[in-house]
Design a protein around this ligand. Structure first.
Ligand SMILES: [Cu+2]
Length: 350
């Protein structure tokens, strides 16, 4: 929301930026699956970049998954939960869904309009999140016929930090020009078990919301500066402008996942030491399974790893380890060596 006086006052008291945006989250931790899996989704209305207060969701109007041509209603699978924000709790929802076949799954929530009392307006953020299985792209670039939506022009589950993401904003299927889109990232840890955000933000909180304006064709492009889960909310682009006699902002939201890419000599400088698979295996055996999981959790905590916490240190873990080593001025072996475990655990605790 535009910050209200009360919010500004309380934010000033807390010493946090107030000019951040609210986002409908539709979150699941893993967006590229190799194997069939039951995934958990959390639906939360909050302020992810400043890690601000969370807001009560009403029962969603629609919740479904689109796989190729098939739209499957998932409303009956929604369960009400209480979400613990950093300083308040709010009504939220969760669901789980079994992913079996290869291809793109688009999860969509059409929330019930939220009454923003401080502004006397309603907000409805029609939100899409993507999951892929089997590295087989199918329909990620197709519009779904929503009242308003952002159609991704890059695979939303495989964007690289330092690269760009482009989208086309549609309203009733037609390009929507000159619309302000706010951009944020999830700047906090998400505890899928206890339904909670961490108490503090993890990274920088920019002074004001990041914004892009759609061009004449409804297009926008944003350079993704860092790995993480990024959200785009184009405001008021939906055709419905009023709800229960009050102004309605019907917004389009999309979530994308950006990770680091090791382009070898080009981006990462010379590799000092390249760990062979055999060396890596030997090193891993020196760590307990719980330690290997801790490594993955720590890397996920700092936004460098989006895979599963399974204790198997695969290529994505190796790359993340190298990045940590480079930023700490260590040889980039990609191995948990030379006190790196302690470094990672301390990073996680921050
Ligand atoms: Cu808000």
């Amino acid at each position: 929301m535009k910050p209200s006086i009360t919010l500004l006052a309380s934010a000033a008291a807390l010493g946090v930026g107030a000019a951040q945006a609210h986002f409908q989250l539709l979150y699941t931790p893993e967006v590229m699956l190799e194997n069939p899996a039951e995934i958990d989704l959390k639906l939360v209305f909050g302020h992810p970049m400043e890690n601000g207060h969370v807001m009560d969701m009403g029962e969603p109007v629609e919740f479904f998954v689109q796989f190729k041509e098939e739209k499957t209603d998932l409303k009956d699978s929604l369960k009400p939960i209480t979400w613990q924000g950093p300083d308040n709790t709010a009504a939220a929802y969760e669901a789980s869904y079994r992913i079996r076949r290869n291809g793109d799954y688009v999860f969509v929530v059409v929330p019930t309009p939220y009454h923003e009392e401080s502004e006397g307006v309603y907000i409805q953020q029609i939100t899409k999140s993507y999951v892929n299985k089997g590295a087989m792209p199918t329909s990620w670039s197709e519009p779904l016929g929503l009242p308003t939506e952002i159609v991704p022009l890059n695979k939303p589950y495989q964007v690289f930090a330092g690269g760009t993401f482009s989208g086309q904003l549609l309203s009733k299927g037609k390009p929507a020009a000159g619309v302000e889109c706010e951009i944020e990232y999830i700047n906090t840890g998400i505890d899928m078990e206890t339904n909670a955000f961490d108490k503090a933000p993890r990274g920088d909180v920019p002074d004001t919301a990041i914004v892009a304006i759609t061009d004449a064709n409804g297009l926008f492009t944003f350079g993704i500066p860092a790995p993480g889960v990024w959200g785009f909310a184009c405001l008021g682009s939906g055709p419905v402008k009023e709800h229960e006699g009050k102004e309605l902002s019907q917004d389009a939201v999309i979530w994308i996942n950006a990770r680091a890419l090791d382009a070898g000599g080009v981006a990462g400088g010379a590799r000092l030491v390249a760990a062979t698979t055999e060396e890596a295996r030997r090193f891993d055996q020196g760590l307990s399974e719980s330690q290997r999981r801790q490594v993955q959790e720590a890397l996920r905590g700092i936004g460098l790893y989006s895979g599963s916490i399974d204790g198997n240190l695969g290529p994505q873990t190796r790359l993340a380890l190298k990045i940590v080593q480079r930023t700490h001025g260590l040889p980039d072996t990609g191995l948990v060596d030379g006190g790196l475990f302690e470094t990672l655990v301390s990073l996680k605790g921050q």
